[in-house]
Design a protein around this ligand. Structure first.
Ligand SMILES: Cc1cc2nc3c(=O)[nH]c(=O)nc-3n(C[C@H](O)[C@H](O)[C@H](O)COP(=O)(O)OP(=O)(O)OC[C@H]3O[C@@H](n4cnc5c(N)ncnc54)[C@H](O)[C@@H]3O)c2cc1C
Length: 483
């Protein structure tokens, strides 16, 4: 008699295999509003275990979904079959201007190692130390400093991964594979890709300019093309000096309009915080203040200090120069999601599905007007904060939880407007269960066909995180967790 998938995994995997209710419940949720209970959890000990898991899953026609730290906001790491927790892949090998990291490494642990050599990895999601390198690669994560230094996709030299056939591949080193990828992807219609500085939607085939870029296919693919084992990441010298300005504005539109001029001075970060968030900061802002901009420079401090006074239309309330002061104020910005949740009653927290769009910077004021229109029409309120310099704002909608069906209408309307402006439906958190159904609309039928071909190339039997990125189903309001 044929052994069950569980028994097969238990006998062949050197790491851990779990199927008890406690484990399945634990891995059924992440930081999103979704819940999907998996069948089996595998914690591979080594690369052989990853390959065996994929091959066994293929044999038993079960899915494999890789998970990092589970801090994703759109359920990208949730699925029904096997969940692969990469926490044992925790090696860190430091080179001169790069570091080779196992994908289970938590960002905070990498930061500590880099700090000793006065280096840093530029993408810095606001979740801070808690996310894993695998998840950051899976989502093409970014953060406040991505304005100057790019997202994960711009900071990786090499990716080692296992594809849906159980084959270990290194890109861009594998020339044969790289050539085949180029063959599939060179027909993309670049005009249909969003005209923004950050984008985590679909497959980032627009980033493949030469044969040395083929690893970028995997970055941002949310575990649907391969399970990344390790990555060679670019690192930078820590800036010797920084300066952070906190600027208050009596109008959101004025602040959004000012971002364009501020951005021309090449700040290392340009972030937006609305009144609900700054009301939680222990500081007396002007009563008329409606929002803040956080503007940071990490070079040409003196000349930028002069310049900023000439271009801003708001009022500087803080000029911070020491590492401690700067870190303390960034904490306020990084806690925006927490502050926003704190200020909304549980029954009024509706799932965040339009929380991460970005538009070309010149349209940032328009994005706020679109939100106002939506709030009026659906009788919702919104809390807004985010990476203004990239035209990327995070939106937390407030409405009666029982009116959940309006979410889909709001998403349809909001995303239509974002696409009209040449924007992206997600700049950093990824598509997951909330946005995969909109990818065809985002990129057009031709590009979507190419996405499907890339998926088929790496995962012909659709066992890697099925239902994400390539999908025919609507999942935006399915599988929502009960409150
Ligand atoms: C409070 C808060 C603030 C946040 N701020 C930001 C922010 O500023 N910027 C930002 O970009 N994100 C932000 N996020 C979203 C999220 O934290 C990040 O995108 C994070 O990098 C995800 O990492 P993770 O390890 O938790 O990934 P998970 O949630 O575990 O997984 C995310 C995706 O990556 C895939 N994946 C994981 N490991 C691998 C692997 N080894 N190989 C291939 N794919 C893999 C998964 O399948 C999944 O699709 C925030 C989240 C929270 C809760």
């Amino acid at each position: 008699m044929k052994k069950s998938i569980l028994k097969t995994l238990e006998s062949e995997i050197q790491g851990n295999v779990y199927s008890t209710k406690e484990f399945r419940e634990f891995y059924s949720v992440d930081a999103s509003s979704y819940k999907i209970v998996p069948k089996i959890i595998v914690i591979p000990k080594n690369e052989r275990d990853v390959i065996r898991t994929v091959k066994i899953a293929k044999e038993f026609k079960t899915s494999v979904t890789v998970r990092g730290a589970g801090t994703g906001l759109v359920g990208s790491a949730l699925n029904t079959g096997i969940i692969l927790d990469m926490k044992n892949f925790d090696s860190i090998r430091l080179g001169k201007n790069h570091v080779t990291v196992g994908t289970g490494v938590l960002k905070g642990n990498l930061d500590k190692v880099l700090e000793k050599s006065k280096k840093f990895l530029p993408p810095n999601p606001s979740i801070g130390s808690f996310c894993s390198i695998g998840g950051m690669l899976g989502n093409n994560s970014s953060g406040s400093r991505s304005l100057k230094y790019g997202s994960m996709i711009d900071n990786v030299e090499e990716i080692t991964f296992v594809d849906g056939n159980g084959k270990k591949i290194i890109l861009p080193k594998n020339n044969k594979k790289s050539k085949e990828i180029i063959k599939i992807t060179n027909q993309i219609d670049c005009k249909k890709f969003p005209n923004v500085t950050k984008n985590s939607s679909g497959y980032r085939l627009d980033k493949i300019e030469t044969i040395n870029d083929t690893h970028k296919t995997i970055i941002g693919s949310e575990g649907t093309l391969g399970i990344i084992l390790s990555a060679k990441l670019k690192i930078k010298n820590k800036p010797k000096k920084r300066i952070l300005f906190v600027i208050e504005y009596n109008s959101v539109i004025k602040a959004a309009t000012n971002c364009r001029d501020i951005n021309k001075t090449n700040p290392s970060a340009l972030e937006f915080v609305d009144k609900i968030t700054f009301d939680q900061i222990n500081y007396k802002f002007d009563k008329k203040s409606k929002c803040l901009l956080f503007v940071e420079y990490d070079d040409k401090i003196k000349s930028n200090e002069k310049k900023i006074h000439q271009i801003i239309t708001g009022k500087i309330v803080k000029k911070l120069k020491t590492d401690k002061e700067i870190a303390d104020w960034w904490k306020y910005r990084d806690l925006s999601l927490h502050y926003s949740l704190k200020s909304i009653k549980k029954e009024k927290r509706i799932p965040h599905v339009i929380e991460d769009a970005a538009v070309p910077l010149k349209y940032l004021p328009k994005l706020f007007l679109i939100l106002n229109k939506i709030n009026k029409k659906y009788n919702t309120k919104s809390i807004v904060y985010g990476h203004a310099g990239n035209g990327n704002v995070h939106v937390r909608l407030i409405s009666e939880r029982k009116k959940i069906s309006i979410i889909k209408n709001i998403a349809n309307e909001y995303f239509d407007e974002i696409l009209k402006l040449g924007g992206t439906i997600t700049a950093e958190h990824g598509d997951g269960l909330a946005r995969s159904e909109y990818i065809k609309k985002q990129y057009g039928a031709k590009n979507y066909e190419i996405f499907k071909n890339i998926k088929k190339y790496f995962d012909p039997e659709n066992i890697l995180n099925p239902g994400k990125i390539i999908t025919t189903k609507s999942t935006i309001i399915q599988n929502l967790e009960e409150l």
